[in-house]
Write a protein that binds this ligand. Structure first.
Ligand SMILES: Cc1cc2nc3c(=O)[nH]c(=O)nc-3n(C[C@H](O)[C@H](O)[C@H](O)COP(=O)(O)OP(=O)(O)OC[C@H]3O[C@@H](n4cnc5c(N)ncnc54)[C@H](O)[C@@H]3O)c2cc1C
Ligand SMILES: NC(=O)c1ccc[n+]([C@@H]2O[C@H](COP(=O)([O-])OP(=O)(O)OC[C@H]3O[C@@H](n4cnc5c(N)ncnc54)[C@H](O)[C@@H]3O)[C@@H](O)[C@H]2O)c1
Ligand code: SF4
Ligand code: FES
Length: 804
C-alpha cells in the first residue's frame, strides 16, 4: 500500500506529539514532512523557564533530536515557515519557495505572545518570553545590565522574573490586576504568593498600566498611566498569548480566536486538521500541554482511521515552576450563588487550601503552601466525583497522614501522577512490573511521565519506592551538579583532587563541561569545592559568587545594602556602640535594627558608601550575607544568670573568633546556652551547645527557618576544649562531604547522625579533620579590610557590580 503524504506545519510540542502518537499506531501509513519556523529540532518549551532559572541548559531540553527525524524517515525543514495551504492543489507553500504536496495536513502553529502596542515596544531590550531566541536575549542582557521589568504577573511573568533574579538582576513585576495570577488564584492565594515572592527578592507594582517604554535605541524605563516611572534596561512582556492563526486565515479556514476544530480536530477544510494552542475547540483555545496532548491522541487515531472517543474539552490544572513556592490551581475556583467553598487557612505557616463545590461535586481547587493533595483533588474534579458520603472538610486533609502512610500508597490506581501527560499511578506500576523500569528516567521513556514540566518527578520517584521497596535506591539516582556536566558533586570533587585541578576554567576544560562559561549553578559551587580542597593555594573567584558575597553586604529590596559588623558572641561595648552610632549619623543610615542573631544591622547603605562605612566602622565583617559562619548567639550564662552552669558567653566568643570567615557549603549558625532552658535557642541551630552539670551537650542539624528541625544530640563533652575540637571536626566533615548549598539539617538527614558519630568517634580522623580545618582558617583575611586597603579591589568590585 502506498503511504499517504502527511505534512505537519509547526515543529512544536503539540504537533510533534501528534506525530509520536501516529508512529505509535503505525509507521507504515504516512510519508511525513515537518516544517518549523525555528532553527531547532523539537524542544520542550516549558523548560525555558528552567533554563532561565539556571536549572537546565538549552541542549538538555530537546525532546526529539535530529536523529529521531532520520530514524523515523521524517523530512524536516527547520527555519522555514509555511505561508499558505493551497487546498485545491493540495500543496503547502513555504517562504523559501518550497511546494510540498499533501494528502493530510496538520496545522500546529502554536501561539504568538501578545505584545502590548505601546510607544517604544520595538526598542532594543524589549522582549517576549516564548522561545529559545527570547531566552538568549534575557540571558545576554543579564550579563550586561542590572534592572529588569517584567510586564504581567501571570505564570509566565513570574517564572521569567524568578529566572532574572537568579541571574542577579534587580526585578520588578508590573501587573495590571490587584493580585497575582488572578486567572488561576483567588485573592487570598494571590496575596500569599506575592508575599512569598517578595521574600525571594521580587518587587511588585500592582494595578499599574504601562503607557510608554522610553529610552534612546535601548529601553531605559517604563512610564505608567498614573504618571510614575520605573527605570529598566530589560523589559519582558508576559501579558498572555494569541493563537497563531495567520496561515489558517490566509488559507481560507474558519477562524475565531483560534482555528475552529470539531471533536476530532478537523477544520472546515477537508484533510486539514489543527492541534495545540492554535486550535479552538468549543470556543476554547488551550494554553497548557495537558489538553494539547489529549487532542494529539484523538487526532492521531482519527487520521490513522482508528476508532477513538471524541475530544470533549479539558479541565485544567496549573502549577507555578518557581522553587520554594507551592501553588496549585485546578478547575473553576470562583464562588457564586451556586458554587460554595470550603477553606483552610493557616496564616502562621502560610498554608491555604480551598475547594469549590457545586452541589455535591468538587469543581475547583486552589492550594498554596502545600500542594501535595493537588493530584488527588484534580482527579476528583476531572471525574466529577460525588462527595455526598464524605465528610467535606476531610477532603482537604492529606490521606493517611496520621497513619504516617506515604501519599502514593493511599492513591488509587487511576489517580493521575503526571498531569501534563495524563499518566496514572496504575500505568507507572505496570511499567515497573511489566517493563522492568527501575528509575525515573526509565519511567519517562516508557510512559512519558515527567517528560514535560518535570513537576511530577518526586511523585514518580515515590511510586518507584512504593513498588520496588528496598530495591529502589533514591540516592543512587545520580544527580549531576548542573546541566553543564553529567558528573555528580562527589565525582567532580574526586577529579579535582586526583587531577590537581586549580581553577574553575581548568575544571570545566578537563572535565569536558558542555558550556565554556558554566552556569549560575556550577560556577559558585566549583568556586567553593576548589577552595575547600585547596585552601592555601586557591584564589577565590569573586565573579563566581552571588551578589551579596561579592559585595560583602546584603542587597535589599530598594537596591541599597545592609551592613552587619561582627560582635563575637553577641557581646559589645561602649566603644563599638559609639563607633556604630557615629557611622549611622555620618552616613544618614535610615534604619538600625537588632537581628535575631544578636547583631546590629545597619539598613539602607548606598553602594557608593559601603567602603567608607566599613573603613569608619573598623570592625570585622559580620558575614551576614555569606555561606559561612554567621553568628554564635549566646545567653548570659553563669556570669549573671542564676540558672547558668557554664560560661556560655566565653565559649560563644571563642567559637566565633576561631571559625569566623570559614567558607561552608551553606550558612552556619551556632548558639550557646548555659542551661537546658536554652535561652539562645541552641536546639534550632546548625550547632547548638547546652550547658549541663559538668559540661556541654552538643546538638547538630537544627534549623529554625522554613524547614524547622530540632537538632540531634551529637555528644556530651566535659570541657570547652572538647567542645571546640568536636566543632572543628564536625564542621570540616560537613565542608568536605556536603553538596554546595546544602544546609547541615538536610546534610545530616542525608548521611545520617550515626555515620557522623562513627567518623568523629575515630580520634585519628578527628585530628586529621581538625588539622585540615586549621590549615583553612590560617589563610583567612577580613574581606572588608582587604577591600578598604586595596583601591584596585574596590574599583574592580564596584565596576563589576555596576555593570553586571
Ligand atoms: C516559558 C514557558 C513556560 C511554559 N510552562 C508551561 C508549563 O509549566 N506547563 C504547561 O502545561 N505549559 C507551559 N507552557 C505552555 C506550553 O509550552 C505550550 O502550551 C506548548 O508549547 C504549545 O504547543 P504548540 O505545539 O501548540 O505550540 P508551540 O510549542 O509554540 O509550537 C508551535 C511551533 O510552530 C512554529 N510555527 C508557527 N507558524 C509556523 C509556520 N507557518 N510554519 C512553520 N512553523 C510554524 C513555531 O515557530 C513553533 O515552533 C509554557 C510556555 C512557555 C513559553
Ligand atoms: N507553569 C505553567 O503552567 C506555565 C508557565 C508559563 C507559561 N504558561 C502558559 O503560557 C501562556 C502565557 O502565559 P502568560 O502568563 O503570559 O499568560 P496569562 O494570560 O496566564 O497571564 C497574563 C497576565 O498578564 C496580566 N496583564 C495583562 N495585561 C497587562 C498589562 N497591560 N500590564 C500588566 N499586566 C497585564 C494579566 O492580568 C494576566 O495575569 C499561558 O497559556 C500560560 O498558561 C504556563
Ligand atoms: S539558658 Fe539558662 S543560663 Fe542561659 S540565660 Fe537562660 S536560664 Fe540563664
Ligand atoms: S506533571 Fe508535568 S511532566 Fe508530569
Amino acid at each position: 500500500m502506498d503511504k499517504k503524504k502527511l505534512v505537519l506545519i509547526g515543529n512544536g510540542m503539540a504537533g510533534v506529539r501528534a506525530i509520536e502518537e501516529i508512529l505509535k499506531i503505525s509507521n507504515e501509513l504516512f510519508d511525513i514532512t515537518i516544517f518549523g519556523s525555528e532553527p531547532h529540532p523539537n524542544y520542550n518549551r516549558i523548560l525555558l523557564s528552567k533554563v532561565l532559572q539556571g536549572d537546565t541548559a538549552v541542549k538538555d531540553i530537546t525532546l526529539n533530536d535530529w536523529n529521531w527525524y532520520e530514524e523515523n524517515n521524517i523530512t524536516l525543514y527547520t527555519d522555514e515557515t509555511v505561508t499558505k495551504i493551497d487546498s485545491e492543489m493540495k500543496v503547502v507553500l513555504s517562504n523559501k519557495g518550497r511546494e510540498i504536496p499533501y494528502d493530510e495536513v496538520i496545522i500546529a502553529t502554536g501561539s504568538v505572545p501578545f505584545i502590548l502596542p505601546l510607544p517604544g515596544a520595538d526598542k532594543e531590550g524589549v522582549t517576549a518570553f516564548r522561545d529559545i531566541k527570547d531566552t538568549d536575549i534575557m540571558l545576554d542582557a543579564s550579563k550586561r545590565f542590572k534592572k529588569a521589568a517584567v510586564i504581567g504577573g501571570g505564570l509566565l511573568g513570574l517564572e521569567a522574573a524568578r529566572g532574572l533574579l537568579n541571574l542577579g538582576m534587580d526585578v520588578s513585576v508590573i501587573h495590571i490586576a490587584p493580585t497575582l495570577m488572578e486567572r488561576q488564584l483567588d485573592e487570598t492565594a494571590g496575596k500569599l504568593l506575592q508575599k512569598e515572592l517578595e521574600k525571594q527578592g521580587m518587587k511588585f507594582l500592582l494595578e499599574k498600566a504601562t503607557e510608554e517604554i522610553y529610552g534612546e535605541e535601548r529601553v531605559e524605563g517604563l512610564k505608567f498611566k498614573d504618571g510614575s516611572n520605573l527605570e529598566a534596561d530589560l523589559v519582558v512582556m508576559a501579558v498572555g498569548i494569541k493563537p497563531n492563526i495567520q496561515l489558517a486565515k490566509e488559507s481560507g479556514l474558519t477562524v475565531n480566536r483560534g482555528i475552529v476544530v470539531n471533536d476530532y480536530l478537523q477544520t472546515d477544510l477537508p484533510n486539514v486538521y489543527a492541534v495545540g494552542e492554535c486550535a479552538e475547540h468549543n470556543g476554547i483555545p488551550y494554553g497548557l500541554v495537558a489538553p494539547l496532548y489529549e487532542q494529539a491522541k484523538v487526532l492521531a487515531h482519527q487520521i490513522c482511521g482508528r476508532a477513538t472517543a471524541p475530544y470533549q474539552g479539558s479541565v485544567l490544572s496549573t502549577q507555578l515552576k518557581v522553587s520554594g513556592v507551592e501553588v496549585f490551581s485546578a478547575g473553576d475556583f470562583t464562588e457564586d450563588e451556586e458554587k460554595k467553598s470550603i477553606k483552610i487557612f493557616d496564616e502562621q505557616d502560610g498554608i491555604y487550601k480551598k475547594i469549590v463545590l457545586k452541589g455535591n461535586k468538587i469543581v475547583g481547587a486552589v492550594l498554596f503552601g502545600d500542594s501535595k493533595e493537588g493530584n488527588r483533588l484534580f482527579s476528583m474534579i476531572k471525574k466529577e466525583a460525588d462527595i455526598s458520603d464524605t465528610e467535606k472538610i476531610s477532603i482537604l486533609q492529606p490521606l493517611g497522614a496520621e497513619a504516617g502512610e506515604s501519599l502514593v500508597a493511599t492513591m488509587s490506581a487511576d489517580e493521575i501522577i503526571c498531569g501534563c501527560n495524563g499518566v496514572s499511578k496504575g500505568a507507572i506500576i505496570e511499567a515497573i512490573q511489566e517493563k522492568g523500569c527501575t528509575s525515573v528516567d526509565d519511567i519517562k521513556a516508557c510512559t512519558s511521565a515527567s517528560r514535560s514540566c518535570g513537576g511530577c518527578k518526586p511523585l514518580v520517584s515515590d511510586v518507584l519506592q512504593f513498588a520496588l521497596g528496598s530495591d529502589f535506591d533514591a540516592s543512587s539516582q545520580k544527580e549531576a551538579i548542573c546541566s553543564c556536566t553529567t558528573l555528580s558533586r562527589d565525582e567532580v570533587v574526586d577529579e579535582i583532587k586526583a587531577k590537581g585541578l586549580k581553577h574553575i576554567r581548568e575544571v570545566m576544560n578537563v572535565l569536558d563541561w558542555e558550556s565554556e562559561e558554566g552556569c549560575s549553578k556550577c560556577r559558585p559551587a566549583l568556586n567553593y569545592y576548589l577552595g575547600m580542597v585547596n585552601p592555601i593555594e586557591y584564589e577565590d573567584e569573586r565573579e563566581s559568587r552571588f551578589v551579596n558575597e561579592r559585595m560583602h553586604a546584603n542587597i535589599q529590596k530598594d537596591g541599597t545594602y545592609s551592613v552587619v559588623p561582627r560582635m563575637y558572641g553577641g557581646v559589645t561595648n561602649a566603644k563599638d556602640l559609639r563607633k556604630i552610632a557615629d557611622v549611622v549619623d555620618k552616613f544618614e543610615i535610615p534604619l538600625v535594627k537588632v537581628t535575631g542573631g544578636q547583631r546590629i544591622d545597619l539598613f539602607g547603605v548606598s553602594k557608593d558608601d559601603l567602603p567608607k562605612v566599613w573603613q569608619e566602622l573598623d570592625m570585622p565583617s559580620g558575614y551576614a550575607y555569606g555561606k559561612s559562619l554567621r553568628t554564635v548567639k549566646t545567653c548570659v550564662g553563669e556570669q549573671f544568670c542564676r540558672f547558668g552552669t557554664q560560661d556560655s558567653m566565653g565559649l560563644g566568643i571563642r567559637l566565633e573568633q576561631k571559625f569566623e570567615g570559614l567558607q561552608t557549603p551553606h550558612k552556619v549558625k551556632m548558639a550557646v546556652s548555659a542551661c537546658p532552658r536554652s535561652c539562645a535557642e541552641s536546639g534550632f541551630k546548625d550547632i547548638g551547645f547546652i550547658g549541663i552539670d559538668g559540661g556541654w551537650e552538643i546538638y547538630v542539624g537544627g534549623n529554625g527557618g522554613t524547614h524547622v528541625r530540632g537538632g540531634d544530640l551529637l555528644y556530651k563533652v566535659k570541657t570547652d576544649e572538647e567542645a571546640m575540637s568536636i566543632t572543628g571536626a564536625y564542621l570540616q566533615y560537613y565542608r568536605e562531604t556536603a553538596n554546595y548549598l546544602e544546609r547541615t539539617s538536610a546534610w545530616i538527614e542525608r548521611i545520617g547522625l550515626a555515620h557522623v558519630q562513627s567518623v568523629l568517634d575515630d580520634a585519628a580522623k578527628c585530628k586529621e579533620l581538625n588539622a585540615r580545618m586549621d590549615e583553612t582558617l590560617s589563610v583567612y583575611k577580613d574581606p572588608w579590610k582587604e577591600i578598604v586597603e586595596s583601591k584596585k579591589t574596590t574599583k574592580e568590585l564596584f565596576e563589576t557590580v555596576g555593570n553586571a
